[in-house]
Design a protein around this ligand. Structure first.
Ligand code: KIV
Length: 264
């Protein structure tokens, strides 16, 4: 198998073949995901919650991120590794460049940046430096306190129009992927149609170009899972079976289910 690159993801969008993505933070789970053919392993700052036990992602540092990326990278042979720029890692361009560089040196292939309008010039600068960027829109957990909680974003027409415009501007700025979290299905569909770069969804739409979940939600480890999650351990019967069942469901577009794991 040839390693997955940004070109593979772009081709998948063109061909209408869904991209599979799951989080991993350590070598054991990364090896499992890689063996099961997951396309993208996300070393998310969700590790602040599921590994470190914090209530939010805000305490996660760049050193934490690099440590987990390195653990994942050591055993990953085919999947593409995407890593989160942690809270305030995008406070200014020099910080974003320095921290993204550290993530790539630790073994990441792409950096995910939680984006609002303020991050547009940062994305441009990272792209100019040769760093592949996935722009995370919608519910951006690092802004949990500004949003007043983990709430669906883009429900009112003005906010939806702003998100569509931001997605277009991020694509023009050179982002090579978008990740949409907790947005109404109709808005996700509009963004998927309007952009030529792959759009990975979580709580977005079955018609996104790919799907992502936190691995703990897939294997029934989350006490109160979010609406957009599904426990695949029952279907799969083992950890490997659960990951394979998730990948099959994403590729067959039977997960997520419209109206069940998505929002209006
Ligand atoms: O940090 C993370 O795991 C994420 C996913 C929830 C998309 O950003």
């Amino acid at each position: 198998m040839r390693p997955i690159t940004v070109n593979t993801l772009a081709r998948r969008k063109q061909a209408g073949e869904p991209i599979t993505c799951l989080t991993a933070y350590d070598a054991s789970f990364a090896a499992l995901l890689d063996r099961c053919g997951v396309d993208v392993i996300l070393v998310g700052d969700s590790l602040g919650m599921v590994v470190q036990g914090h209530p939010t992602t805000l305490p996660v540092t760049i050193d934490d991120m690099c440590y987990h990326v390195a653990n994942v990278a050591r055993v990953t042979h085919n999947a593409m590794i995407m890593a989160d720029l942690p809270f305030l890692g995008d406070a200014d361009a020099p910080t974003a460049l320095q921290q993204s560089g550290a993530l790539l040196r630790a073994g990441a292939h792409m950096v995910k940046v939680e984006c609002g309008l303020a991050e547009l010039p940062i994305v441009e600068r990272l792209v100019a430096a040769g760093i592949p960027v996935c722009a995370h829109l919608g519910l951006t957990p690092q802004a949990v306190h500004r949003m007043g909680g983990y709430r669906v974003q883009g429900r009112d027409p003005h906010a939806a129009a702003e998100m569509e415009s931001l997605a277009a501007r991020l694509e023009a700025a050179g982002a090579q992927g978008l990740l949409l979290e907790s947005v109404p299905e109709e808005l996700a569909d509009a963004i998927v149609r309007a952009t030529d770069i792959p759009v990975i969804g979580i709580g977005a739409s079955p018609r996104c170009d790919g799907q992502v979940l936190v691995i703990q939600d897939v294997i029934g480890l989350t006490p109160e899972p979010p609406r957009f999650a599904r426990d695949f351990l029952g279907d799969g019967g083992s950890l490997e079976g659960a990951v394979r069942a998730y990948c099959e469901a994403v590729r067959a577009r039977t997960f997520p289910e419209s109206g069940v794991h998505t929002y209006r």
